[in-house]
Design a protein around this ligand. Structure first.
Ligand SMILES: *Cc1c(COP(=O)(O)O)cnc(C)c1O
Length: 391
């Protein structure tokens, strides 16, 4: 079709065409791609659990117990007691009354927001929220207001003049592309002042932040105020699946109204069984979390000293701004040629003119692996500075 062809040509011309890398090895700090071994610095597998031997054993046990597929939606014939046990465990871990599982974190955001916010609601959404939050807002019947990234004054000004009876304020806890944190305490204060329902998406914080890996509330010492707390099993937990925790009433409502929950097959029960154990593993790995934070700080500092524009943050997400998509691809390709995989992030994942390389560390990366990364990054920078023809 002519229109599609044109659009594809435009993507290619603007350095925005996406590419899938098929690995032929498990998700780990090194991966095999097209027969070659690469260091991977782009994974969400923050604690190395995706290829953990204990959890692999659990998955096998789960398959023996339950088979491979769930066979239906939770509300028809696809439920198993392991799902409810996992929901109870998630709620307890996150310090809330109840929880609900979704097939993915994406579906949790879309399913929760669209079920809750109808025409009587206004949604207030941070400008840098994850795409799944944006899609949830689009699917809801509510009016959506975008406030400037982490700008509480802007948020308050919008809340002040809101005339709908109900308000929902939604934010990433850790922003997935910038790696910075929601100022949770002050944000909650503003939201509560205007009696808004609050929703925090801790996809990247779950397992990574706080003593027990609970996420941003634990990190900031906040024990109440988040009405809907989203998480994913696909990042630090090393598995897959999404969830929301909240009050019993809220979860009961979602079971009845959330279409992404109702009209989709339940996750594999073997996966739920594995997530159940992954939570215990995550809670135990306090040292890994500390190590990850320390390493992230060291890498940020080293890259800044080399002259890179690194965004500030306290998470293992380390964005290196290149501004143009072309420069991001150039750096990515150079790293790849040196045996390192890092993602080039371009619009629409980030705003126009803010393309970047997005490095992520995991607690399993060794000192030698990090030294290799830094050596290649340094050589690139020296090359760039000494070359007039660069780009
Ligand atoms: C990854 C991510 C999601 C989606 O979770 P999946 O389980 O991968 O579908 C949602 N929100 C944020 C902030 C994320 O980073």
């Amino acid at each position: 079709m002519e229109e599609i062809k044109q659009k594809l040509e435009e993507l290619e011309k603007n350095n925005l065409e996406r590419q899938i890398y098929d690995f032929d090895s498990p998700q780990d700090t090194t991966v095999t791609y097209k027969g070659k071994s690469y260091l991977l610095f782009a994974s969400n597998n923050y604690l190395g659990l995706a290829n953990d031997s204990k959890l692999k054993q659990k998955m096998q046990e789960g398959i023996e117990k339950y088979g491979v597929g769930s066979g239906g939606s939770r509300l028809t014939t696809g439920s198993q007691s392991i799902f409810t046990q996992l929901e109870e465990k998630l709620a307890k871990w996150k310090g809330q009354e109840a929880s609900l599982l979704y097939a993915t974190g994406y579906m949790a955001n879309v399913g929760v927001i669209s079920a809750l916010a109808d025409g009587d609601w206004t949604i207030f959404s941070d400008a840098l929220n994850h795409a799944s939050i944006i899609d949830g807002c689009r699917l809801s019947k509510a009016k959506t207001m975008i406030y400037k990234h982490c700008d509480l004054e802007d948020l308050e000004n919008q809340l002040k003049v809101c005339e709908t009876p109900y308000k929902l304020v939604v934010s990433d806890g850790v922003f997935s592309m910038d790696g910075d944190l929601l100022p949770l305490k002050d944000w909650l204060k503003v939201c509560k002042k205007y009696k808004a329902i609050t929703m925090v998406d801790d996809a990247h914080a779950t397992g990574v932040l706080g003593e027990q890996g609970i996420g941003t509330p634990e990190y900031f010492g906040v024990s109440e105020g988040i009405d809907l707390h989203i998480g994913t099993a696909s990042k630090a937990l090393g598995c897959e699946g999404g969830f929301v925790v909240g009050s019993k009433e809220m979860i009961r409502y979602l079971k009845n109204k959330s279409r992404a929950f109702i009209f989709s097959t339940a996750m594999s029960p073997a996966m739920a069984y594995t997530i159940y154990s992954a939570i215990d593993e995550v809670i135990l790995r306090k040292e890994a979390r500390n190590h990850l934070r320390e390493m992230s700080g060291q890498v940020r500092k080293a890259l800044k000293q080399m002259g890179y524009e690194v965004l500030e943050g306290e998470t293992p997400i380390i964005p290196i701004l290149t501004y143009t998509a072309k420069a991001a691809l150039h750096l990515r390709d150079d790293l790849m040629a040196n045996g390192i995989i890092v993602s080039a992030i371009r619009p629409p994942s980030v705003p126009e003119g803010t393309s970047r390389l997005r490095l992520t560390l995991t607690s399993h990366h060794t000192k030698a692996q990090i030294q290799k990364l830094l050596a290649v990054m340094e050589a690139y920078k020296i090359n760039e500075n000494s070359s007039d023809t660069f780009l």
